[in-house]
Structure formats: structure tokens, C-alpha cells
Design a protein around this ligand. Sequence first.
Ligand SMILES: [Zn+2]
Length: 545
Amino acid sequence: MRYMSKIITYDTTLRDGEQSEGVTLSLEDKLRIARRLDEFGVDIIEGGFPASNPKDIAFFRELREHPLKHARIAAFGATCKRGVPASEDQGLADLLASRAPVVAIVGKTWDAQVELALRTTLDENLRMISDSVAYLKSRGREVVFDAEHFFDGYKSNPEYALKCVLAAARAGADSIDLCDTNGGMLPFEIERMTRIVVEAVSPDGLQTDQSAASSIKAPRVGIHCHNDGGCAVANTLSAVRAGATQFQGTVNGYGERVGNADLLTVIADLELKMGCECVGAESLKKLMSVASYVAEICNFSVWAHAPYVGTSAFAHKGGLHASAIVRFPQAYEHEDPTAVGNASRMLVSELAGKASLVTKAAQLGFDLRQEPQSIQAILDEVKAREAQGYSYEVADGSLALLIARKLGKYQPFFTLESFRVIVDDREDYGAIAKDAQSEATIKIHVGDRRYVATGEGTGPVGALDNALHMALSEFYPQVNDMELIDFKVRLLDESTGTDAITRVAITLRDENGTWGTIGVSENIIEASWNALVESLEYGLMRIGA
Ligand SMILES: [Zn+2]
């Protein structure tokens, strides 16, 4: 079924997303994310609690002075306290003081929660909801009512849960956002209960409700899902199917416990599969870059298998499959990867056939169709090395060097005369070593020049890396712009004890992107050295140094 409606995107990365374990955002981080989401086309961006800390107060001030282009900023808080009129409530005063055009207030809708957690009467909770919404509306704000635990509340006492959202609607709320706060609901439950609310707060629904003033305009219905049952995205789509026209989510699904509905996945599903408009087809192409930009600021990598935006989302392994996809991509790709800024990627593996190698090589800048006699030789080399423990699936840099060697296009940037690493521990902690230091000396030749460098580090590989950077930067200053972002060590055959093969995978980054290389040896230092050398060699090769 396809829909043709505008769905309002409401981002809560800066508030609910920041609850994620391991995420701490500075003021500057929050502003950068807000500006990127604004440029992407998100409609409402929730900034946080404007009273909770100086950082959030500064965030709202900064955006007043330098407003966003498209998005509206929302301040987040709660309804007034029990026994306190909305006009005298400090929390609501703080929300208004932020001068954010949108105010989101959370209120209770689950009878047991009202009585046990809030310790007040069901009637007083209804008063708190309608008084707060009416007060904020009288001060000219767009009001989003977050119905906390709505679905649990509806299951426990449907009549009361509905009374709560009707109280917000009658008081003039612009949006009633139903929250699956515990994240345990299933799509068919969400769809059924959302449909009931959509009907109850529709113009017809409010008309039959005697107590509603005839001038009240019907609010839109929104949805806020957590992913504890693994259904946050599905639940969000189900709510839209039932008539919700606003959804809340966080970039990459960041959020407490297992996270929130992933804003980016929902946007792609709504736009590509349900015919809804969120950010528009042009902006949708920025989906992958938004995912990695925000991940970077949160100090994470985008999960490789993330829908749409992961590097493996459109990766294809296996010769048969890879050659078929060139002829008929729809058979193996649910959407066109370029629609979300991603690309088809052929994984070279033991199964690789000629077609996938040619495609992969083309992505790396080699036209193997001009060198048909080399294709089999390269494939044989890949297979032989994979038998030794190499894996080229994420080591594009090492694969490019292998192809260049086979084609006779490889020019070494330097040659190694020798390296030596000393690991030294002098502290006395009984038998246990502590704070060992490493020192590496390398001797290399570039052309007819010889260069000796010594590097230090806490670990032997770090010391080698420092020495190698020091030596190479004398000849190739571009290596100073290359940064090591990931270093992984794996033992391949543990049955042979210390003779096990070690595989080292390295990821480097410069301003043009990231690349991986690999080293394999029985000696962990040798494996690391080889991966390091290839990472810098490929980095230099790809910029034409
Ligand atoms: Zn939440």
C-alpha cells in the first residue's frame, strides 16, 4: 500500500539519543548535529531540557541568535507538578524562557503510574495535562504532548488512557505523540491502538465528544518508539499506517538500553516504500553521510550492517551472485543504493568470480577489461593468500596493492633495511610487569637516501608506527594527514598455540575517506608492520603521491 502524505520528522538524538551509554555531547557537538539535521531537512529538532544544565541553556540561546534554516527547535519538559497551577510551575516557566517555538511536554497516561509513581489522583493528572497544554498554547507555542507509556496504559485501562490524550487535544495540543516508553510493543498492537487515537482526536471524533469546545482544531498524532523488542522501526511504520503523521527517532537509533527508532531507517522506509514525504528524494541521498557524520561526533562507527547506511548494506559476496547482480540488481538489492547515498559493493572472497573482481578492481581504479590475461593471475593470487589467512573483504588497500603488483604498476615508496623493537619493563611489581615502554628503530631507503628513525610508544606497534611516520614524512609529508582509526588483531588457528597465525587489520583515514589493509604472519609484530606499511603505501598511491 502506498501513501502520499507529508510525515513530520521529529529528531530526539540530542535528548533521548544522548541517554545512550557511551554518548556525551558537548555544546559544540549538539550545535553541529542540529545544523546538519537542519540542512538534511528534519522538521523538528528537540534540543533538551532548557533548565537542566548550562549547556542546554546555552544551546537554546545560540540557536536564538543564529537560527536554523528549516527546522523548528523543541524544548523538552514535563507537565506542571501536582497541586501547582500551570501558570506558577517552574518547569513550564523554564520551557517558555528558552523561547523555543515548539515545546514538548511529557505526561502520564497509565493509571497505575499516576497512582504509584506520581502519587496523585487520576483526575488531578488530567488537570495537570490540560492546564499545562492550555497555558503553553496561551503563550503562543506549538505544543507536542508526549503520552508516556501510552500503550501500556491503554492495555491496563483504555478508557483512562484515552481520557488523557483527549484532555491534551481539547486543551489545544498541536500533536499527540504516543510513546512506547518501555519499547516492548509489537507492530500489530501499535497499529490497532494508534488507529483508535487517530479516530478519537479527529475532527469527527472530537465533535462527538460533548465536552470539546467547537473551536478546537484536531491535533496530529505522532509516535515515539523504543527498540527493546527489536520493533522500533516496524512499530513506527505501523503507527503511520494507522494515520500518525509525525514520528520521533534518533540518528542511528541511539538511545538508552537498546535505543530508539532509527530516524534514518524510518525516513528511508517511508520515502522509498510507503510513498510518504519526509525530507524529499534529493535530501535522501545524504542519508549515509548524515549517519556517519553523527556517528563520528558521538565517537562511534556506523554499524557495518545497518540498513541503508551500513557499508555492508549493499555488499555482495560470491561469484555467481556478484555476476548476476551486474545484470539484474533488483534480484539482490531491495532498493537502489544510490537513493540513500550508498553504493553496491562487491566483496572479494574465496568464491570470487571474474565478474566481481573486474567490478571491484574498477572501483579501485583499475580497468581489468584492458588486461584480460591478468584476471586469472590476480584471482589465483587472492585465493592463495586467502588460504594463508588473508582476507580482502575489508582490506581494499591491500587488494589494490596486490592488483598493482600483478599489473606491474606498483612502485615501492621505500625499501626496508631493518627494524628493531625493544620492549622494556623496569618497574618492580613482584612478578607482574607494569607500564612497559617500547622503542622502535627503523632504517629505510628512499631512492638513494637512507633514513634512520627511532619512535617510542607504550606498545611495540605504536612505537613502530611512530618511527615509520617520522621517517616517511621526511619524504612524503602527506602521511601526516593519515590517521589510524582502527587496529584489530585476530588469531586464526589457536590449536597450534604460540605458532598461531596472526591477522592484523588496520583502518586509516584521511580527508578523502577511509581504507583498510591487512597483514598476516606467525609473528604479531611482522603482521602489524606489513599492515602498517601497506596502509601508508596505499594512502600515498590513492592520492597519486
Ligand atoms: Zn524515549
